[in-house]
Design a protein around this ligand. Sequence first.
Ligand SMILES: NC(=O)c1ccc[n+]([C@@H]2O[C@H](COP(=O)([O-])OP(=O)(O)OC[C@H]3O[C@@H](n4cnc5c(N)ncnc54)[C@H](OP(=O)(O)O)[C@@H]3O)[C@@H](O)[C@H]2O)c1
Length: 342
Amino acid sequence: MTYQPNPDRYAKMVYNRCGKSGLRLPAISLGLWHNFGGDANHSNKRAICQTAFDEGITHFDLANNYGPPPGSAETAFGEILREDFANHRDELIISSKAGYRMWAGPYGEFGSRKYLIASCDQSLKRMGLDYVDIFYSHRFDPETPLEETMGALDHIVRSGRALYAGISSYNSDKTRQAAAILKELGTPCVIHQPSYNMINRWVEHDGLKDTLKELGIGSIAFTPLAQGMLTNKYLKGTPEGSRATQGKSLKSEFLSDKTIANIRKLNDIAERRGQTLAQMALAWVLRDGGITTALIGASKPSQVTDCARAVDNLDFTKEELAEIDKYADEENINLWAKSSEG
Ligand SMILES: NC(=O)c1ccc[n+]([C@@H]2O[C@H](COP(=O)([O-])OP(=O)(O)OC[C@H]3O[C@@H](n4cnc5c(N)ncnc54)[C@H](OP(=O)(O)O)[C@@H]3O)[C@@H](O)[C@H]2O)c1
């Protein structure tokens, strides 16, 4: 059946300016890291994207390696674009990235000009696109001069392959250096994509959050739900089929008794606010306008709807924030720490 988007979608979502750029992004964005690989059901993928768009979510985030197998999420998204969004390309912000291992040999990962430009071309082909809206350096490369990696992003933008450039999981210091190089080249760093949630607060300790504000760079916080831990999913054990049972990125040791006890306390606060824990976790990431958009993942459409409704209550009292701080303890769940170590 032909998909007809909800005509009221733009009234339902909040759109935030991405740093000092002209780009506005929905407060909630959807990422296709999990649940869009060759091992997942296509009609569910389609339904997740349709539900997101119906909720006013205009931003879809991909990367070369999303799958499994790597590349399959972009291929699936390309099909969905043709099936459901062919008339809506100009309403969408689509991103991709390169940085992690994508193909064999010395040119298949990290930050060389050779890898970034070839990978961007492959991503465009898989999605059937002329351009992506944002292209990211997915991780800092300690062995390639930053000038080369940023020069590749500048070239990708100037050659029309992408409209905006971004970086992901760079620390505050490296972000300053990268942004200065991009500024000099005339292609501003418009967005940074770090991990950030109530139990992974490195962007606060590192100073990155303040740096982004100071430099006028927007931010998109990934894993805002700590891969599902900051939802009501694991409060009473580990449900079958959940990410924690899949032996992928959500390690069972992350779900320690202490962490679950804290998450139950956070859930009590969310209930008092009349929200689900997922909604409160997203509102918390977005508090004070410090983050432009919270980048969620979803395994079913109902999760997208639940998350999108976070925008119905984004405000916190000082007392609520102080109470959250008691339980929002830093846990050792940041799988991306190595990149930001520099
Ligand atoms: N730049 C980078 O290096 C990087 C790294 C990682 C991720 N990312 C980006 O960030 C995106 C999001 O990452 P993520 O998927 O880990 O984010 P997340 O939003 O923290 O976790 C998503 C998972 O939480 C559960 N969930 C979502 N909404 C729920 C709800 N309302 N109620 C109950 N459970 C809910 C689902 O788990 P189940 O599957 O168990 O149902 C879902 O798969 C990725 O798709 C990718 O675009 C970027």
